[in-house]
Design a protein around this ligand. Structure first.
Ligand SMILES: [Zn+2]
Length: 268
């Protein structure tokens, strides 16, 4: 067992025992293991498609049909994908804590499908479409079934758009506020499968650090987060997180047994 995993497990199990809060920031790296193409990798989507042609408000309004056909493809990619061991381990970890938030830059809902309860979607999600005029939200399933692209709002006839954050658009304010609050209140802050290069998501590990949270990075490669991380674990989320959760549970069991031992002594 790598010492970094043990170090991280000690921090997390102590947080659980102290009934403290935890948070995780996740990015494309964790979903890549479910077969969802990343955007920024050298073999990622943006090496084949120009983001300015598909993922900007300008593109959406200029070529709505083209943009919609492309997002439809992304949606069907995501529908086919399944949560992997990393998503499942993170959901299990969350269930051990008094309060745990997964703050994700992913739009695939794989954390929710894995069973994570408190998920903050910084970039929206592909499972909803939103009217650009009246803001009504529709299930994406319904939107993609319409005969003509772009799909239309049933209420006002306005154009629907995928409920995702496009390049140049601000992040949803309430999601960002909750993320900042959780980052500043967390005892530990996991940064998983993201280089956290894009602001304002990139500021979250810094906010956590400033508030004395222990920064634990899980990534196959060093990233800018490595510089501020207290513990860096090199490897894929799907391999590391199950080991980490296993170790946390082992420590919790040992703690429980020690307590029982002490109680017995007191009884004698
Ligand atoms: Zn509308």
């Amino acid at each position: 067992m790598e010492t970094e995993i043990v170090d991280a497990a000690i921090v997390i199990s102590n947080t659980i025992i102290a009934k403290g809060y935890g948070a995780a920031l996740t990015g494309a790296g964790i979903s890549k293991e479910s077969g969802i193409p990343t955007f920024r990798d050298k073999d990622g989507l943006w090496s084949k498609f120009k983001p300015e042609e598909f993922a900007t408000p300008e593109a959406l309004f200029k070529h709505p049909k083209k943009v919609w056909e492309w997002y439809k493809g992304r949606y069907f990619d995501v529908l086919k994908a399944k949560p992997n061991k990393g998503h499942l381990a993170l959901a299990e970890l969350g269930s051990l804590l008094k309060l745990f938030f997964v703050i994700t830059q992913n739009i695939d809902r794989l954390h929710q499908r894995a069973g994570s309860r408190n998920v903050i979607e910084l970039h929206g999600n592909l499972f909803q479409a939103k009217c650009v005029d009246c803001g009504t939200i529709y299930p994406m399933d319904e939107a993609v079934k319409q005969d003509k692209m772009p799909p239309k709002c049933k209420r006002c006839g306005g154009m629907l758009r995928p409920n995702v954050v496009l390049f140049g658009e601000p992040l949803p304010e309430d999601a960002l506020d909750t993320a900042i609050e959780m980052a500043s209140r967390s005892y530990f802050f996991l940064v998983i499968g993201t280089s956290a290069l894009v602001y304002p998501a990139a500021s979250l590990p810094l906010i956590a650090k400033r508030n004395a949270s222990v920064i634990i990075e899980v990534n196959p490669e060093p990233t800018p987060v490595t510089e501020i991380a207290d513990i860096s674990i090199r490897g894929k989320a799907g391999e590391i997180l199950p080991k980490l959760v296993h170790e946390v549970k082992k420590l919790l069991k040992e703690d429980l047994e020690e307590n029982e031992e002490e109680n017995k002594k007191e009884d004698e």
